[in-house]
Design a binder for this molecule. Structure first.
Ligand SMILES: NC(=O)c1ccc[n+]([C@@H]2O[C@H](COP(=O)([O-])OP(=O)(O)OC[C@H]3O[C@@H](n4cnc5c(N)ncnc54)[C@H](OP(=O)(O)O)[C@@H]3O)[C@@H](O)[C@H]2O)c1
Length: 433
C-alpha cells in the first residue's frame, strides 16, 4: 500500500471524544502530515442526530447518519468512538473485513470481543488499535504490548475508573455519604445520570479484562472477573481505615500465582491499601496502573483517565501509528494470545480482611465472634471497639484478620451473623498488601 498521497479517515461518532479527534485532525493537520509523510484527510463522520450542535466546526457535507455510506467511504482508517457493544462491534468487524485499520476507544467491545476482532484484523492484513479503551490518555496498552513484553508480569493493580475514584476521594476527605458524593460527581459531569456501570464496577472489569489479557497473554473475559462495587461503603469505613493506616480504593487487580499453581486472580472490589503506597495517593478523577514484572520490578503509569483531550491523545497516537504503517506499506502484526491460563476461583483467594460489626454491648460478644472465625481457621489480628450507643446498648467493633482464605472468612461471617448478640455485619473489605 506504499506510495499513497493521502490517508483517508472515517470517524464513527462525533460526541465528547469524536469531537476532540475531529478537532485534532483539523487543527494539527500540518504537523500530523509532516510526521506521517502524507496528509490525513477526514472522509466521513457518522452520527445519530445531524442537527445537533457540535463542539467542533466540521464540513457539514462530511456528516452522515447512514452507516453504510460512512463505512463504504474510501478510508484507510476507521476511528470508532460511538461506544457501547452494538452496533459498534458490527461496524468494527465490517471495517476490518474491508481491509481498513480500526482505532477504537471502546472498552466493552474490546473486553468482550477483542480476540475475535484481532484475529479478523490479522486475516485482513491490518490491525485494530485500542490504547484509549483503558486509562484515557495514559499509555498502558502499548507499554504492555511492547515495552514490557520481555517480562513475566506478576501483578497489575489499577485505579481505572475516574468516577468511583472521585466519589471515594470525596467520601474520604469530607466524611460524606456515597449518595452525596455521587450527586457531587454528577453535578460536575464526572458521573452519569445512571451510574451503575461505574459504581458497580462493570467499567473497571471491562478494562481489567483488557489489561489482564495483555499482561498474561491469555483471554480474560469480563465474566471471569470477580466484581464488587462501592455502594455499600460508609464514611466511617474511611475513618476507621485511616486510623489503621489505610486508604480505601476501588482496585482492579490481576495477579499470577507462580507454577505449579499457575493460575491468575482477576478481581475488582473496594480494598484497603496502605496509606503510604503510591496507589493510595491517586485521588480525584485520576487513574493509575501499577505493573510488576520479573525484569522491570514495579512501574506506575498515572494520569488523566478520561476527558476529550487525553482520550484524543491516545486515539491520535494509534491513528498516527496506523497511518505510518499504511504510508510505508509495512505489514502489521496484531496482538496474539499465546497461552491458556486458568482463572483462580475467588473462594481460594488468600487475603487479610477488615470487618465492621454492630453488636449488643455485653460481655462475651468478642469471644463468640472469635470462636466463629476460629472454627473456620481464621485468626483475628486486632479488634478495636469504636462507637458505643449506651441508650441502645450497642457497640461497633472493627476487626482485622490475619491472612485467610476467602471461603473460610465468608463461612466465619455467616456464623457470626447468626450470633444473637450480632446486630449486623456492616462491611467486609479485603486488605491489599
Ligand atoms: N468520554 C470520555 O472521556 C472517554 C474516555 C475514554 C474512552 N471513551 C470511550 O469513547 C467512546 C465514545 O465516548 P463519548 O464520551 O465520546 O460518547 P458520546 O459523547 O456519547 O458520543 C457518541 C457519539 O456516537 C454517536 N452515536 C452513538 N450511537 C450511534 C449509532 N448507533 N449510530 C451512529 N452514531 C452513533 C453519537 O451521535 P450523536 O452525537 O448524533 O448523538 C455521538 O456523536 C466510548 O466507547 C467511551 O467508552 C470515552
Amino acid at each position: 500500500m506504499g506510495g499513497r498521497s493521502q490517508i483517508g479517515i472515517t470517524l464513527l461518532g462525533l460526541g465528547v471524544v469524536g469531537g476532540g479527534v475531529a478537532r485534532a485532525l483539523l487543527e494539527k493537520a500540518e504537523s500530523y502530515s509532516r510526521r506521517v509523510g502524507v496528509p490525513l484527510v477526514l472522509r466521513r463522520i457518522l452520527v445519530r442526530d445531524p442537527s445537533r450542535e457540535r463542539s467542533v466546526q466540521v464540513d457539514r457535507s462530511l456528516i452522515t447518519t447512514d452507516a453504510e455510506e460512512a463505512l463504504d467511504a474510501d478510508a484507510d482508517i476507521v476511528v470508532e468512538v460511538i461506544g457501547g457493544e452494538h452496533p459498534a462491534r458490527e461496524y468494527i468487524e465490517r471495517a476490518l473485513k474491508q481491509g481498513r485499520y480500526v482505532v477504537t476507544a471502546n472498552k466493552e467491545v474490546m473486553a468482550k470481543h477483542g480476540p475475535e476482532l484481532l484475529a479478523e484484523a490479522g486475516r485482513a492484513g491490518v490491525d485494530i488499535l485500542y490504547e484509549a479503551s483503558v486509562g484515557g490518555g495514559i499509555p498502558i496498552i502499548s507499554p504492555l504490548k511492547r515495552d514490557l513484553s520481555a517480562n513475566e508480569i506478576t501483578s497489575l493493580r489499577a485505579i481505572i475508573n475516574g468516577t468511583t475514584n472521585y466519589i471515594l476521594t470525596r467520601m474520604s476527605a469530607e466524611e460524606i455519604s456515597f449518595n452525596v458524593a455521587l450527586r457531587q460527581a454528577q453535578d460536575l459531569g464526572y458521573a452519569e445520570p445512571h451510574p451503575a456501570n461505574d459504581v458497580e464496577g462493570h467499567d473497571a472489569a471491562y478494562k481489567l479484562a483488557i489489561l489482564a489479557s495483555l499482561a498474561f497473554h491469555t483471554r480474560v473475559r469480563p465474566e471471569d472477573i470477580y466484581r464488587e462495587g462501592i455502594t455499600r461503603l460508609e464514611p466511617r469505613d474511611f475513618r476507621y481505615a485511616a486510623e489503621l493506616g489505610y486508604a480505601i480504593k476501588l482496585l482492579a487487580i490481576a495477579r499470577r500465582d507462580p507454577p505449579p499453581a499457575d493460575a491468575i486472580q482477576v478481581r475488582v472490589h473496594p480494598a484497603l491499601i496502605a496509606a503510604d503506597e503510591l496507589l493510595a495517593k491517586v485521588d480525584g478523577v485520576l487513574n493509575a496502573v501499577q505493573v510488576e514484572g520479573d525484569l522491570i520490578g514495579r512501574v506506575l503509569f498515572q494520569g488523566a483517565g478520561a476527558g476529550p483531550l487525553p482520550t484524543t491523545s491516545a486515539i491520535m497516537a494509534d491513528v498516527l501509528d496506523a497511518a505510518r504503517s499504511i504510508a510505508q506499506g509495512s505489514r502489521p502484526s496484531p496482538w496474539r494470545y499465546t497461552a491458556a491460563v486458568a482463572v483462580k476461583p475467588m473462594a481460594e483467594l488468600v487475603s487479610r480482611y477488615y470487618l465492621r460489626v454492630e453488636v449488643t454491648d455485653r460481655p462475651g460478644v468478642l469471644a463468640g465472634i472469635a470462636r466463629c472465625f476460629g472454627d473456620n481457621q481464621v485468626s483475628i489480628a486486632s479488634v478495636i471497639q469504636k462507637e458505643t450507643d449506651e441508650a441502645a446498648q450497642t457497640a461497633e467493633i472493627v476487626i482485622m484478620t490475619h491472612a485467610a482464605r476467602e471461603a473460610a472468612v465468608q463461612a466465619g461471617i455467616q456464623q457470626i451473623e447468626s450470633l444473637e448478640e450480632v446486630r449486623h455485619v456492616g462491611n467486609v473489605l479485603r486488605v491489599e498488601d
